[in-house]
Write a protein that binds this ligand. Structure first.
Ligand SMILES: *Cc1c(COP(=O)(O)O)cnc(C)c1O
Length: 227
């Protein structure tokens, strides 16, 4: 019953390919981010051995320990969890990407604290796409101003948007929410921002997200197992 991490990755990649094909999209137009939160360095090493190089983490302290323990591998680390002001330095010093920027103050601190010897931090703005209460993310109304301000920060490179929609019952509902995110993304591109990343879709809504233009899906449980 325990399938290996390598088998799981192969299966998820096949699902991504099938979803791309169904949507008439190129099979390499969607990147897989393996969400390794709560799993230790050994699990990440197994995933790397199966060809996976991009990993997502939610808990910053846990992630920094793991990133440090895996310095010998050429991995790309994505912060996908909420960021408090007192943790921005750790994020700026250890991660390659951040998907969860949702206010200017955090973005400014990340830009100021990004070490000069590292490339710019790659950033997505998290959008509260369905207005869920108690949820992180900037509102769609506030997004354009925040995106322009973040794009102007010297040590960040704004790449796109990230969403975490509420679970929906039907495929049509999932697609409708993802389509809203895609429309916001396109509107920002129309305003001249050179964005290329739409981080949306998890295990349960991957196909719907890919049908609506996702370029990066974030998958944890289907790769590493139940947390
Ligand atoms: C945990 C998490 C995921 C992965 O969720 P799974 O259900 O384990 O696939 C994706 N995105 C974010 C922001 C997460 O916190």
């Amino acid at each position: 019953m325990n399938s290996s991490i390598a088998d799981n990755i192969a299966r998820v990649r096949a699902q991504i390919q099938a979803a791309c094909q169904a949507a008439g999209r190129a099979p390499d137009s969607v990147q897989l981010l393996a969400v390794s939160k709560t799993w230790g360095p050994d699990a990440v090493r197994q995933a790397y051995a199966a060809g996976q190089t991009a990993f997502g983490e939610n808990y910053i302290q846990e992630a920094v320990d793991k990133i440090t323990a895996l310095r010998d591998l050429p991995l790309q680390w994505h912060c996908i969890g909420p960021i408090q002001s007192n943790k921005t330095r750790w994020v700026a010093e250890h991660f390659d990407w951040v998907h969860s920027v949702d206010r200017l103050k955090i973005a400014q601190r990340l830009s100021e604290q990004r070490p000069p010897e590292l490339p710019p931090l790659q950033v997505c703005i998290q959008v509260n796409i369905d207005g869920g209460e108690n949820k992180s993310g900037v509102s769609p109304q506030e997004l354009p101003a925040l995106a322009q301000a973040v794009a102007a920060l010297p040590r960040l490179q704004l790449r796109g948007l990230m969403t975490i929609p509420e679970p929906a019952e039907t495929e049509a509902q999932m697609r409708a929410v993802h389509a809203q995110a895609q429309a916001l993304f396109e509107a920002l591109r129309q305003q001249g921002l050179p964005l290329d990343t739409l981080s949306m879709g998890m295990s349960a809504d991957m196909a719907a997200a890919i049908a609506e233009g996702s370029t990066m899906v974030r998958v944890g449980t289907a790769i590493f197992g139940q947390r």
